[in-house]
Write a protein that binds this ligand. Structure first.
Ligand SMILES: [Cu+2]
Length: 182
Protein backbone atom coordinates (compact mmCIF):
# COMPACT_ATOMS: atom_id res chain seq x y z
CA UNK A 1 0.00 0.00 0.00
CA UNK A 2 3.00 2.27 0.41
CA UNK A 3 3.28 2.41 -3.32
CA UNK A 4 0.05 4.39 -3.44
CA UNK A 5 1.33 6.91 -0.94
CA UNK A 6 4.55 7.35 -2.85
CA UNK A 7 2.73 8.02 -6.06
CA UNK A 8 0.46 10.95 -5.39
CA UNK A 9 0.20 11.68 -9.08
CA UNK A 10 -1.33 8.30 -9.78
CA UNK A 11 -3.79 8.41 -6.88
CA UNK A 12 -4.82 11.93 -7.78
CA UNK A 13 -5.44 10.77 -11.31
CA UNK A 14 -7.53 7.88 -10.09
CA UNK A 15 -9.45 10.14 -7.74
CA UNK A 16 -10.35 12.56 -10.49
CA UNK A 17 -11.35 9.66 -12.72
CA UNK A 18 -13.71 8.51 -9.98
CA UNK A 19 -15.04 12.03 -9.64
CA UNK A 20 -15.73 12.20 -13.33
CA UNK A 21 -17.54 8.88 -13.20
CA UNK A 22 -19.63 10.12 -10.30
CA UNK A 23 -20.45 13.32 -12.13
CA UNK A 24 -21.51 11.34 -15.16
CA UNK A 25 -23.78 9.22 -12.99
CA UNK A 26 -25.40 12.23 -11.41
CA UNK A 27 -25.64 13.90 -14.77
CA UNK A 28 -27.80 11.18 -16.21
CA UNK A 29 -29.59 10.18 -13.05
CA UNK A 30 -30.71 13.59 -11.89
CA UNK A 31 -33.83 13.89 -13.99
CA UNK A 32 -35.95 14.98 -11.07
CA UNK A 33 -38.71 16.36 -13.23
CA UNK A 34 -39.54 12.87 -14.45
CA UNK A 35 -39.16 11.06 -11.17
CA UNK A 36 -40.56 13.69 -8.87
CA UNK A 37 -42.91 16.56 -9.40
CA UNK A 38 -44.20 17.58 -12.80
CA UNK A 39 -46.65 20.26 -13.82
CA UNK A 40 -49.03 19.76 -16.72
CA UNK A 41 -52.12 21.34 -18.25
CA UNK A 42 -50.67 24.73 -17.51
CA UNK A 43 -52.67 27.76 -18.57
CA UNK A 44 -53.45 31.30 -17.58
CA UNK A 45 -56.53 33.38 -18.05
CA UNK A 46 -56.35 36.43 -20.30
CA UNK A 47 -56.14 39.81 -18.65
CA UNK A 48 -59.45 41.64 -18.52
CA UNK A 49 -59.54 45.19 -19.77
CA UNK A 50 -57.03 47.21 -17.82
CA UNK A 51 -56.90 44.81 -14.89
CA UNK A 52 -53.20 44.44 -14.12
CA UNK A 53 -53.50 40.91 -12.79
CA UNK A 54 -54.04 37.41 -14.04
CA UNK A 55 -53.71 33.90 -12.67
CA UNK A 56 -52.19 30.66 -13.86
CA UNK A 57 -53.56 27.19 -13.24
CA UNK A 58 -52.13 23.71 -13.61
CA UNK A 59 -52.07 20.18 -12.32
CA UNK A 60 -48.90 19.13 -10.50
CA UNK A 61 -48.18 15.41 -10.30
CA UNK A 62 -45.78 13.89 -7.83
CA UNK A 63 -44.38 10.54 -8.94
CA UNK A 64 -42.08 10.15 -5.98
CA UNK A 65 -42.78 8.54 -2.64
CA UNK A 66 -42.24 11.71 -0.66
CA UNK A 67 -44.35 14.82 -0.52
CA UNK A 68 -42.99 18.01 -2.00
CA UNK A 69 -44.16 21.62 -1.99
CA UNK A 70 -44.40 24.26 -4.65
CA UNK A 71 -42.73 27.14 -2.85
CA UNK A 72 -42.33 29.75 -5.60
CA UNK A 73 -43.07 30.54 -9.21
CA UNK A 74 -41.18 32.96 -11.44
CA UNK A 75 -42.29 34.63 -14.63
CA UNK A 76 -41.30 37.78 -16.47
CA UNK A 77 -44.80 38.85 -17.43
CA UNK A 78 -45.61 40.53 -14.12
CA UNK A 79 -43.97 42.41 -11.30
CA UNK A 80 -44.85 39.77 -8.77
CA UNK A 81 -45.79 36.11 -8.90
CA UNK A 82 -47.48 34.74 -5.80
CA UNK A 83 -49.03 31.46 -4.77
CA UNK A 84 -52.63 32.12 -3.77
CA UNK A 85 -55.68 30.35 -2.47
CA UNK A 86 -59.30 31.39 -2.25
CA UNK A 87 -60.89 31.36 1.15
CA UNK A 88 -64.41 32.20 2.24
CA UNK A 89 -64.88 34.92 4.82
CA UNK A 90 -68.55 34.86 5.61
CA UNK A 91 -69.88 34.54 2.10
CA UNK A 92 -67.19 36.60 0.46
CA UNK A 93 -64.48 34.79 -1.47
CA UNK A 94 -61.07 36.30 -0.90
CA UNK A 95 -57.60 35.52 -2.13
CA UNK A 96 -54.72 35.00 0.22
CA UNK A 97 -51.08 34.05 -0.27
CA UNK A 98 -50.49 30.42 0.63
CA UNK A 99 -48.35 30.09 3.71
CA UNK A 100 -45.43 27.73 3.26
CA UNK A 101 -46.20 26.75 -0.30
CA UNK A 102 -48.59 24.31 -1.94
CA UNK A 103 -48.21 20.69 -0.93
CA UNK A 104 -47.97 18.04 -3.62
CA UNK A 105 -48.68 14.75 -1.85
CA UNK A 106 -46.48 11.69 -2.39
CA UNK A 107 -47.69 9.65 -5.37
CA UNK A 108 -50.45 12.19 -5.77
CA UNK A 109 -51.32 15.47 -7.37
CA UNK A 110 -52.63 18.91 -6.63
CA UNK A 111 -54.84 20.94 -8.92
CA UNK A 112 -54.61 24.68 -9.25
CA UNK A 113 -57.87 25.84 -10.75
CA UNK A 114 -60.25 28.79 -10.85
CA UNK A 115 -61.83 29.32 -7.45
CA UNK A 116 -59.07 27.43 -5.67
CA UNK A 117 -55.30 27.43 -5.57
CA UNK A 118 -53.62 29.49 -8.26
CA UNK A 119 -50.44 31.25 -9.26
CA UNK A 120 -51.23 34.95 -9.12
CA UNK A 121 -49.61 37.26 -11.63
CA UNK A 122 -49.62 40.72 -10.09
CA UNK A 123 -48.77 43.84 -12.04
CA UNK A 124 -48.73 42.52 -15.59
CA UNK A 125 -46.32 44.37 -17.83
CA UNK A 126 -48.68 43.94 -20.79
CA UNK A 127 -51.94 42.38 -21.83
CA UNK A 128 -52.31 38.64 -21.81
CA UNK A 129 -54.34 37.62 -24.82
CA UNK A 130 -55.75 34.23 -25.73
CA UNK A 131 -53.13 32.45 -27.79
CA UNK A 132 -50.18 34.04 -26.00
CA UNK A 133 -47.76 31.92 -24.07
CA UNK A 134 -44.92 32.66 -21.69
CA UNK A 135 -42.40 30.67 -19.66
CA UNK A 136 -42.79 30.16 -15.94
CA UNK A 137 -40.36 28.46 -13.59
CA UNK A 138 -41.73 26.47 -10.69
CA UNK A 139 -39.53 26.03 -7.63
CA UNK A 140 -40.12 23.15 -5.27
CA UNK A 141 -39.01 22.65 -1.69
CA UNK A 142 -36.99 19.60 -2.73
CA UNK A 143 -34.85 21.85 -4.92
CA UNK A 144 -36.45 20.64 -8.13
CA UNK A 145 -37.23 23.34 -10.65
CA UNK A 146 -39.35 23.04 -13.76
CA UNK A 147 -39.75 25.62 -16.48
CA UNK A 148 -43.05 25.30 -18.25
CA UNK A 149 -44.82 27.10 -21.04
CA UNK A 150 -48.03 28.75 -19.89
CA UNK A 151 -50.64 29.23 -22.59
CA UNK A 152 -53.29 31.89 -22.25
CA UNK A 153 -56.81 30.51 -22.60
CA UNK A 154 -60.35 31.36 -21.75
CA UNK A 155 -61.66 29.68 -18.63
CA UNK A 156 -64.63 28.25 -20.52
CA UNK A 157 -62.33 26.76 -23.10
CA UNK A 158 -60.79 24.22 -20.78
CA UNK A 159 -63.85 22.09 -20.05
CA UNK A 160 -61.89 20.52 -17.23
CA UNK A 161 -64.02 21.70 -14.34
CA UNK A 162 -66.34 18.73 -14.02
CA UNK A 163 -68.63 19.95 -11.27
CA UNK A 164 -70.79 16.99 -10.34
CA UNK A 165 -71.46 14.57 -13.19
CA UNK A 166 -68.72 12.19 -12.11
CA UNK A 167 -66.22 14.53 -13.68
CA UNK A 168 -63.22 12.36 -13.01
CA UNK A 169 -62.91 11.03 -16.51
CA UNK A 170 -59.51 12.64 -16.87
CA UNK A 171 -57.79 10.98 -13.98
CA UNK A 172 -55.29 9.27 -16.22
CA UNK A 173 -53.76 12.71 -16.19
CA UNK A 174 -50.84 12.24 -18.48
CA UNK A 175 -52.69 12.11 -21.76
CA UNK A 176 -55.64 14.36 -21.03
CA UNK A 177 -54.00 17.59 -22.02
CA UNK A 178 -56.53 19.50 -24.10
CA UNK A 179 -55.45 20.20 -27.63
CA UNK A 180 -54.36 23.73 -28.44
CA UNK A 181 -57.46 25.66 -29.25
CA UNK A 182 -56.35 27.94 -32.02
CU1 LIG B 1 -54.89 35.42 -6.39
Amino acid sequence: MRLLIKRPGWTAGLASAICLAALALFGTGGAEADDGVKAMEVWARPSLGKAPNSAAYMTIMNHSGSADRLVAAKADVSERVELHQHIMEGNVAKMRPVEGGIEVPAKGKVELKPGGLHVMLIGLSGKLTVGDSFPMTLVFESGAEQTIEVSVRKISGTAQTGHGHGGHGSDSGHSSKPAATD
